[in-house]
Ligand binder design. Structure first.
Ligand SMILES: [Zn+2]
Ligand SMILES: [Zn+2]
Length: 327
């Protein structure tokens, strides 16, 4: 099979012929139909987070067809021990032995993959392969972040990319008001945010028209943490939703005072995925995707790094792809 392989961190993905993957105990063999591109893939590619094995096939938002014909989704959480204190208390996202798709297990920038059946999701039937793929990380870890943000109505989203464009729609469906923050001067991104339901959109350093009850930071710039904190009403929460963030600058205690909270979100539980995929079908969440054939997976990462598309990028390993498509 063909796969886009990370041979060494910091170097471009290489398209290579690999042996077809053979499922181990409990695993399914899947023909990959689509695989969403996540900022974590870019962090691994750029060595901002470490890989655990090389070479590795990246990609952890996989839509695949099992050998018995079922369409399934494979997320970042690929395996847990089921025994530790976290697994036994509904927090398998924190399992210290967890193995992650596209890092510890070869992922979906490939024509075929294998995945532990217990960690695969059924997918909303109404959504196409390429439209549903971005839900599998950006969507469901974004949903976990939204849940941990609390019930506040006024929600800020810092970094309006793949996750934010989906979570914005879910938040509006829940009756919240969304304030979107993009790179300063990114008027195209701000118009895109308004088109998916944000009532206000501005640059990340702007003060929103009202204090926020919560803010989710999807961008990897730690300098946004004190900025978002200062935009909060008393009792508000800043949720850092990414796996990697640059250092957070110091700030006066007064900015945290009045029971404001800063917290992170790590990974997902299977329950997050089941809840979110059901909710996404109900909203329904509509994704904006740019499609790349397998040969251009590296270009998809470069475009993500440069902010050259709105919404999500999706790699289509098993079919020739058009240049771009909006749905
Ligand atoms: Zn565990
Ligand atoms: Zn991800």
């Amino acid at each position: 099979m063909r796969a886009a392989v990370l041979v060494r961190g910091g170097e471009p993905l290489a398209v290579r012929e690999l042996d077809d993957p053979v499922p181990g105990p409990g695993q399914l063999h899947l023909s990959v139909r689509a695989c969403g591109v996540c900022r974590t893939d870019l962090h691994l590619r750029d060595r901002e987070i470490e890989t655990t094995r090389l070479p590795v096939v990246l990609g952890h938002q996989i839509v695949g067809i099992s050998d018995d014909g079922r369409r399934l989704g494979v997320p970042w959480l690929g395996w847990t021990d089921g025994e530790c204190v976290y697994c036994r208390t509904g927090r398998e996202n924190l399992c210290p032995a967890a193995r992650f798709t596209g890092r510890d297990i070869d992922g979906g920038f490939a024509e075929q993959t294998v995945a532990d059946e217990r960690f695969c999701f059924e997918l909303p039937a109404a959504m196409s392969d390429e439209d549903v793929a971005p839900l599998l990380c950006g969507g469901l870890i974004g949903y976990r972040a939204l849940t941990l943000a609390g019930d506040g109505v006024r929600l800020g989203l810092y970094g309006f990319g793949s996750a934010a464009h989906m979570i914005c729609q879910v938040a509006v469906f829940q009756g919240r008001r969304v304030f979107a923050f993009t790179r300063p001067g990114d008027e195209v991104g701000q118009a895109f945010a308004r088109s998916v339901g944000a009532e206000w959109a501005g640059g990340s350093l702007e003060t929103p028209p009202e204090p926020l009850d919560a803010a989710i930071i999807f961008a990897s710039d730690g300098a946004l943490v004190p900025v978002a904190l200062r935009a909060l009403a008393p009792g508000g929460t800043v949720v850092c939703a990414g796996i990697h963030m640059s250092d957070i600058p110091g700030f006066p205690y007064a900015d945290l005072w009045e029971e404001r909270t800063i917290r992170s979100v790590a990974n997902l539980t299977r329950r997050d995925g089941e809840e979110f995929l059901a909710l996404a079908a109900q909203v329904p969440v509509r994704t904006t995707v740019t499609l790349y054939p397998l040969e251009r997976a590296e270009e998809a990462l470069a475009d993500l790094r440069a902010g050259r598309f709105e919404g999500s990028a999706v790699v289509l390993p098993s079919q020739p792809a058009p240049e771009t498509a909006i749905s």
